[in-house]
Ligand binder design. Structure first.
Ligand code: GPV
Length: 838
C-alpha cells in the first residue's frame, strides 16, 4: 500500500479532530482514551488511569509526526546517526512531549477544566531510569538535541525490565528497592515483534577450507536469544521531527525452546526461556564500572548485535549494498560498553555477508566513532580472556586477527619498540590476560573524543597517549551539553516565562541568545523578579524536603547543593568536612554572624560500594546532630534527599543557589549537573576539573568560586609522596573535624562506624581531600561574604545563566555532526499537511 495514500486514508479527520493540537480536541481524546483504552469511567478511574489517558492522547499527536519522519527519511535515503548506549536516562516523557509539541498550557487547561490536578497527573509517570548517572543522561540529552536539529537518528539500547534501583534512607543508610517501572504499562513505546532478531551466544567455532579454496568460519553457539525492539518516539522541539529510541528486550526464541520441549525436557525448556529473558532483566547499578560479570558482557553484546543487524535490515530494505554501510550510518559508541560492535560488524560483514576482510575493515573503521567518558583507571573496561572466549568465541578470534594486523602496523611505525607494542595491544598480557575494550574502540573508530577540554587533553597526554601519537588526527574534543528544553523550560517554568518575556523565545533553540540577559543584570527591577523566581522554586523544594526528610528548611537560607552519584572522587565527604567545620565554629562562637545555609545532598551509591554508602551515613549522621542542636539556631541545616533521579533533579536545579562541583582535579571527565545548575542561575564552587574550567571561562573568574589544586599540582604532590597525616597534623581545624568523626560524634558515640572512612583519609586519601581542605574552607568563606550582598549575588546569578549558552547539548551535537558524523539535517513535512494542501 502506498504510504501517502494510506496516510490520506487515516487522515480523513485530519488536524482538526483526532490529533488536533488544541484544548478541546485534547479533552475529547483524553475522554476517548479513558473509556476505550483504559476501560474506566471517572468514578472508578485512578490517578494512573487519568495519567495514561492523557499520555495516550498525547501519543496520538506524536504518531503523525513519527510516521511523517519515517517516511521522509526513507524517501530521502537519509544518512543516519546511530547512538549506541547501554544507558538512556530519559526521565518522564509526558511533560517533555507536551513542551516539544507546544501544547503544555493547553493540556494543563484541558485537565483543569475537567476538574483534574494536572501536576498530580504528571507525577504519576514512573520515570524510565534506564541509566546510572551522567553518561546515561547525556545520551538522553543528545537524542533530544538530534531531534530538535532535525538530524536523522536512532538511539539504540537495552529495555531493562528493572532500571536503576529506588533509593530510600533508613536509619541514615541507603536501602535499595527494585524499580518496577513497567508495572502499570508504558504508553510511550510500541513493540515491533516483526523486527525481532536472533543473537547467538557461547559455543565454539569451526574453520573449514571450501573446495574453491576459501576459508569459512562457522560459529556454533550454545544459546540463542531473540531481541525484540520497543520503539519510543523522540520529539524535536516544535518541529515535525520524531526520531526513534529503539530498545531491545531479550526473549526466548520460539524454535529453540520447541526443540528442547520435543525432547521431553519441559523444565529444561522453561529454564532456558528464563535465562534468555534474564539478559535484559536489570541495569547494572555501578556508575564507572565494576567488572567481570558475564551477564554484563552478554548484555553489551546482545544490544550491539541486535542494533547492527537492525541497521543491516534497514539497508537491505532500501536496497543499499553493505559496502556503503558507513555512508548510510554513523555509529557513535557511548563509552566502551558497546565497543564489541567493532568485532560484531566485522563478523556480520565477513562471516555472514562474505565481504573480504580488508573491505570490511575499511567499512568498519569509517562507521564507528568512540567517546571516552572517564580517566579513572579502574573504570576502563577489560574482560578476562577465558570469560570472553566462553561468551564470544568467534569475536575473540576476530579481535586476535584485528590485533595481529594492527600490531604489524605498529611495528612498522616503531621498529624495535616492543614496550610500545605491548602497551597498544588489544590484549593486556602483563598478568592474567584481558581484552582491552578501549583499545578495540580506538582501533576500530575513525574518531575518538573526550567530553571536556581538560579531559581530552588528559586522554591525549595520558590514558590514550600511545594512540594519540599513532593517530593524532583521530582525536578531538566534544564538550558535553544538556538540553535546555528539559532542564530549563520544563523544570523551571517561572524562569522560562521571565526570560521569554524579556528576550523572546528564540533562546530555547539557540541558547547563546541568553546573552541578551546580560544588560538586564543591571536592572534592579529585573533582579528583583529574578530573586522572586528563585525564592518560589526554593519554597517548592522546601515542601518536598519537609515531606521526604521531615526537616523544615528556610527558603531564605542559601541552598547549597551537591547532587550526583556518590563517589570518593566526587568528594561529597569534603563538603561534609566543611559543614562540620562550620558547626564547630558555631559551637565555639554561639553569636557568630553566619548567613543561614541549607546543605542539600542527593545521589545513589552503587550497592556494592561500601565507602560510598558510608559517605551517605556520614552526611545523614551530621544532619541528625546539626539539625537538632539548639545552639545552631537553624543557621545550618543538612538534608539528604533520597532517590535522586531525573524527576527530582527537575525540582532541585531550579532551587539551587550554590552548585558544588568539587571533584579532585583531573578526575571528573566533564560533569553535566554543573551545567544544569548554571543555566538555572546557581553560582558554582568548584575545582579546575572537567567542564568546570569551561564554565569559569565563560562566566568569568569573578563569577565563579574557584578552589583547590590543579591537575598538574595533584600529579606533582602524588609524585613527591603525599602524606595526608602530615596535613592533618598541621591544620588544627582539620584535626578537630576528623577527630570528631573518629570519636563517634556523628554516630551516637560509636567510634568504629566511620573508622574505614577516617583511616582511608588519614593514611591514603587518594583524592586529596586534606590537601584541598584549607582552600575549600576559605573559598566557602568568600561564598558566604558574597551571599550577604544580595544584589551582587543576583547579578552574578543572572550572568551565570546568561552565559550558559555554550552548554546546550544542541551545541555539542552541532560539533559532533560538523567534525564526526557529517549527517545533514532533514526537515520533515507533515504528511497530513501535505494531504490537506493537496
Ligand atoms: I565511564 N560517566 C558516567 O556517568 N558513568 C560512567 O560509567 C562513565 C562516565 C560520566 C562522567 O563521570 C562524567 O564526568 C561525564 O560528565 C558523563 O559521564 C558524561 O560524559
Amino acid at each position: 500500500m502506498d504510504t501517502r495514500a494510506a496516510a490520506a486514508a487515516v487522515d480523513h479527520r485530519p488536524l482538526s479532530e483526532r490529533a488536533a493540537l488544541n484544548k478541546e480536541a485534547l479533552k475529547q481524546s483524553f475522554l476517548d482514551n479513558l473509556f476505550h483504552t483504559q476501560g474506566k469511567f471517572p468514578a472508578l478511574a485512578s490517578k494512573s488511569d487519568y495519567y495514561l489517558a492523557l499520555a495516550y492522547a498525547v501519543r496520538e499527536r506524536l504518531l503523525q509526526r513519527w510516521i511523517s519522519t519515517a517516511a521522509e527519511y526513507m524517501q530521502k535515503g537519509a544518512r543516519t546517526v546511530s547512538y549506541l548506549s547501554a544507558e538512556f536516562l530519559m526521565g518522564p516523557h509526558l511533560g517533555n512531549n507536551l513542551i516539544n509539541l507546544g501544547i503544555y498550557d493547553e493540556a494543563k487547561q484541558a485537565m483543569t477544566e475537567l476538574g483534574l490536578n494536572f501536576d498530580e497527573l504528571l507525577a504519576q509517570e514512573e520515570e524510565p531510569g534506564l541509566g546510572n548517572g551522567g553518561l546515561g543522561r547525556l545520551a538522553a540529552c543528545f537524542i533530544d538535541s538530534m531531534a530538535t536539529l532535525e538530524i536523522p537518528s536512532l538511539g539504540y539500547g537495552i529495555r531493562y525490565e528493572f532500571g536503576i534501583f529506588h533509593q530510600s534512607i533508613v536509619d541514615g543508610w541507603q536501602v535499595e528497592k527494585t524499580d518496577k517501572w513497567l508495572r502499570y504499562g508504558n504508553p510511550w513505546e510500541l513493540q515491533r515483534p516483526e523486527w525481532a532478531v536472533q543473537v547467538k551466544l557461547g559455543g565454539y567455532t569451526e574453520h573449514r577450507s571450501e573446495e574453491d579454496g576459501t576459508l569459512t568460519v562457522r560459529w556454533i553457539p550454545s544459546r540463542l536469544v531473540s531481541g525484540v525492539p520497543y520503539d519510543t518516539p523522540i520529539l524535536g522541539y516544535r518541529n515535525n521531527t520524531a526520531n526513534t529510541l529503539r530498545l531491545w528486550s531479550a526473549q526466548a526464541p520460539e524454535s529453540f525452546d520447541f526443540e528442547v520441549f520435543n525432547r521431553g525436557d519441559y523444565y529444561g525448556a522453561v529454564m532456558q526461556k528464563m535465562s534468555s529473558e534474564n539478559l535484559s532483566k536489570v541495569l547494572y547499578p555501578n556508575d564507572e564500572h565494576e567488572g567481570g560479570k558475564e551477564l554484563r558482557l552478554e548484555q553489551q553484546y546482545f544490544f550491539v548485535s541486535c542494533s547492527l543487524q537492525d541497521m543491516i535490515r534497514i539497508m537491505q530494505g532500501q536496497r543499499l549494498p553493505l559496502e556503503h554501510f558507513h555512508e548510510k550510518f554513523a555509529v557513535q559508541l557511548n563509552d566502551t560498553h558497546p565497543a564489541i560492535a567493532v568485532a560484531e560488524l566485522m563478523r556480520l560483514l565477513v562471516d555472514e555477508h562474505k565481504m573480504p576482510w580488508n573491505r570490511a575493515w575499511q567499512v568498519t573503521c569509517k562507521t564507528f566513532a568512540y567517546t571516552n567518558h572517564t580517566l579513572m583507571p579502574e573504570a576502563l573496561e577489560r574482560w578476562p580472556l577465558p570469560l570472553f572466549k566462553k561468551v564470544l568465541p568467534r569475536h575473540l578470534e576476530i579481535i586476535f586477527e584485528i590485533n595481529a594486523r594492527f600490531l604489524d602496523e605498529v611495528r612498522r611505525r616503531y621498529p624495535g619498540d616492543s614496550a610500545r607494542v605491548a602497551r597498544l595491544s588489544l590484549i593486556d598480557e602483563s598478568g592474567p590476560r584481558y581484552v582491552r575494550m578501549a583499545h578495540l574502540a580506538c582501533v576500530g573508530s575513525h574518531a575518538i573524543n573526550g567530553v571536556a577540554e581538560l579531559h581530552t587533553e588528559l586522554l591525549k597526554s595520558d590514558v590514550l597517549r600511545d594512540f594519540y601519537e599513532l593517530w593524532p588526527n583521530k582525536f578531538s574534543n566534544k564538550t558535553n551539553g544538556v538540553t535546555p528544553r528539559r532542564w530549563m523550560v520544563l523544570a523551571n517554568p517561572r524562569l522560562t516565562r521571565l526570560v521569554s518575556d524579556s528576550i523572546g523565545e528564540d533562546w530555547i533553540k539557540h541558547l547563546d541568545q541568553l546573552q541578551k540577559l546580560e544588560p538586564l543584570a543591571e536592572s534592579a527591577d529585573f533582579r528583583s523578579h529574578w530573586r522572586e523566581i528563585k525564592r518560589a522554586n526554593k519554597r517548592a523544594l522546601a515542601e518536598v524536603i519537609a515531606r521526604r526528610c521531615n526537616v523544615a528548611v528556610d527558603p531564605d537560607s542559601m541552598f547549597d547543593v551537591q547532587v550526583k552519584r556518590i563517589h570518593e572522587y566526587k568528594r561529597q565527604h569534603l563538603a561534609a568536612l566543611h559543614i562540620i567545620a562550620l558547626y564547630l565554629q558555631l559551637k565555639a562562637q554561639p553569636n557568630l554572624e553566619l548567613a543561614p545555609r541549607t546543605f542539600i545532598f542527593g545521589g545513589k551509591a552503587a550497592p556494592g560500594y561500601r565507602m560510598a554508602k558510608l559517605m551517605i551515613k556520614l552526611i545523614t549522621g551530621i544532619g541528625d546532630v546539626v539539625n537538632r542542636d539548639p545552639m545552631v539556631r537553624d543557621r545550618l541545616k543538612v538534608v539528604f534527599l533520597p532517590n535522586f533521579s531525573v524527576t527530582n533533579g527537575q525540582r532541585i536545579y531550579p532551587a539551587a543557589d550554590l552548585s558544588e562541583q568539587i571533584s579532585t582535579a583531573g578526575k571528573e571527565a566533564s560533569g553535566t549537573g554543573n551545567m544544569k545548575f548554571q543555566m538555572n542561575g546557581a553560582l558554582t564552587i568548584g575545582t579546575m576539573d572537567g567542564a568546570n574550567i569551561e564554565i569559569r571561562e565563560v562566566v568569568g573568574a569573578d563569577n565563579f568560586f574557584l578552589f583547590g589544586l590543579t591537575t598538574p599540582q595533584v600529579y606533582a604532590l602524588q609524585a613527591q609522596g603525599y602524606r595526608p597525616h602530615d596535613w592533618y597534623e598541621q591544620d588544627p581545624q582539620l584535626r578537630e573535624v576528623i577527630d570528631m568523626i573518629r570519636d563517634g560524634y556523628f554516630s551516637r558515640g560509636d567510634a568504629s562506624l566511620f573508622r574505614p572512612l577516617v583511616d582511608s583519609l588519614l593514611w591514603h586519601d587518594p583524592y586529596f581531600l586534606f590537601a584541598d581542605f584549607r582552600s575549600y574552607v576559605e573559598c566557602q568563606q568568600r561564598v558566604g561574604e558574597t551571599w550577604v550582598d544580595t544584589e551582587r549575588w543576583t547579578r552574578m546569578s543572572i550572568l551565570n545563566s546568561a552565559r550558559s549558552g555554550k552548554f546546550s547539548s544542541d551545541r555539542s551535537i552541532r560539533d559532533y555532526t560538523k567534525d564526526i558524523w557529517h549527517a545533514p539535517s532533514v526537515p520533515v513535512e507533515l504528511l497530513t499537511e501535505h494531504h490537506v494542501r493537496a
